[in-house]
Design a protein around this ligand. Structure first.
Ligand SMILES: Cc1ncc(COP(=O)(O)O)c(C=O)c1O
Length: 459
């Protein structure tokens, strides 16, 4: 068979993201399969690499029809001047699917924009109430909320923020309640109390979290005790609770929003990826009626300012995606099949000593790797396990997404799986098998390298 079609940094006019990484040249997608220019078929276990294509790749006729019809009618109108049936329809549909009490949606082009807006909304809510001191957003440090300077500050990750540190308004953070740090959530609540006391609760506008984390801590969610403790503190101190559902929204964890599964009242939800499902860049900020009323009874103006907000074409695609999810019962299917997938993954990886934990909900799963010497420490970053996993997986024609945020202090090497909701059982089994084979190869290499280091140290 011919070689895989690969483009490297010195062969392209594209300013690629990682200059030492080979990029497969993908010419076609079908379901969970991506075809390169030489006919190789990659199995996509991360919905287009970024948890986006929850309906799979390739033509979904109802979505293409909706996009074409909308483009023929009116593709773009700036929502400062006018609205459209497409924007009106999507706003009605998404607020009906959102948790009870959510009554307004503002559409944007992606997750970062949604979170920029969430930040401004949280602040504006308090300003509208005449409480202008509130400006801080507290959140778990090990998170990802987007690639703008403001959203970098919403995480507590030095590795992510470098070299833009001088531009960043650093927000306060707490550690995640992972099994190795704080399995009960009590430590995170104590840290939250310390932060509140330190900055003064009257300065806190919101608490922000990914209800189930994506790439930064794949498949992790805090224990319910944490959410309950957070709810108590919110009632006592008057800050808002904001969920970043850029990944989890639109069914990825087995309910329309992951907020449906958390025992806490949420005020703001930001979402994106699965709303356009790869057919259009569209995201949304959704707000509870209480938040909306702050503006409705206050200044009566909240100006987001992005050109593409609520464009008819993107909104028509969003509605067609929701229609497809509903008609095929895909969110329920994720809820039912998610635990099976997680069990299969855990079983396939159970004998590996570098696998510390398999976790997650619905079709948002994570594998964390540990040092086989003690089964708990992070692996030495110099071993580059995350990037080796991705490269080895690609050799096996499997697309996964691994990260190594070790420098941030809260997680080591880890791999994310977030398959499309339409994947068949057989395809999911193949993803698990290929990942297990990949981990087997890397584990053998790592153990050998660690043994060599150890024997050199003992000589
Ligand atoms: C949880 C979360 N929030 C926000 C974002 C940013 O979204 P976007 O890349 O669409 O700007 C991402 C992207 O991966 C994400 O995973």
């Amino acid at each position: 068979m011919s070689a895989r079609a690969i483009i490297t940094a010195d062969e392209t006019a594209v300013f690629v993201r990682e200059l030492d990484r080979p990029y497969p040249l993908i010419v076609k997608g079908e379901g969970v399969w991506l075809h390169d220019a030489n006919g190789h078929r990659y199995l996509d276990a991360v919905s287009g690499g970024a948890m986006v294509t929850s309906l799979g790749h390739g033509a979904v006729p109802s979505i293409l029809d909706a996009a074409r019809r909308q483009a023929e009618e009116v593709s773009f109108i700036y929502n400062v001047h006018a609205t459209s049936p497409a924007q009106e329809k999507l706003a009605r549909e998404i607020t009906e699917l959102a948790p009870e009490g959510f009554t307004r949606a503002h559409f944007v082009s992606g997750g970062t924009e949604a979170n920029e807006l969430g930040l401004r909304m949280a602040r504006s809510y308090h300003v509208e109430h005449g409480d202008a001191d509130r400006h801080l957003v507290v959140s778990p440090a090990q998170a990802y909320h987007g690639a703008s300077i403001a959203t970098f500050g919403l995480t507590g990750r030095a590795g992510l923020q470098s070299p833009y540190q001088p531009y960043i308004q650093q927000q306060p953070h707490i550690p995640p309640s992972t099994w190795s740090f704080d399995p009960t959530g009590e430590g995170a609540l104590r840290a939250l109390d310390e932060v509140l006391e330190g900055v003064g609760p009257g300065n806190v506008a919101a608490f922000l979290a990914e209800p189930v984390s994506a790439a930064s801590l794949p498949g992790y969610s805090p224990p319910d005790a944490f959410w309950r403790g957070l709810e108590e503190r919110r009632q006592k101190h008057g800050f808002l609770v904001w969920f970043d559902e850029v990944v989890t929204g639109l069914g990825r964890t087995g309910s329309w929003f992951a907020a449906d599964q958390a025992p806490i009242k949420v005020d703001i939800i930001t979402t994106a990826k699965g709303l356009g499902a790869g057919f259009a860049p569209v995201g949304a900020m959704l707000v509870h009626e209480d938040v909306y009323q702050a503006v409705a009874q206050g200044s009566r103006s909240f100006e987001p300012g992005h050109t593409w907000d609520g464009a008819p074409l993107s909104c028509a695609v969003g509605s067609a995606v929701i229609d497809r999810l509903k008609r095929e019962g895909l969110v329920d299917a994720v809820r039912v099949r998610g635990p099976w997938l997680r069990t299969e993954l855990a079983r396939a990886l159970e004998d590996f000593e570098i696998v510390g934990e398999v976790r997650g909900r619905g079709f948002l799963l994570g594998v964390s790797y540990v040092d086989p010497a003690d089964g708990t420490s992070f692996l030495d970053p110099d071993l580059r396990v995350a990037s080796r996993i991705d490269v080895e997986a690609l050799e096996r024609l499997l697309l996964v997404y691994s990260t190594q945020p070790t420098a941030d202090g809260f997680a080591g090497d880890q791999t994310l799986l977030a398959p499309a909701f339409i994947a068949s059982d057989l395809e999911l089994e193949q993803m698990v098998e290929r990942l297990a084979a990949t981990v087997g190869v890397i584990e053998a290499q790592v153990k050998q390298e660690l043994a060599t280091v150890h024997s050199a140290q003992t000589v």
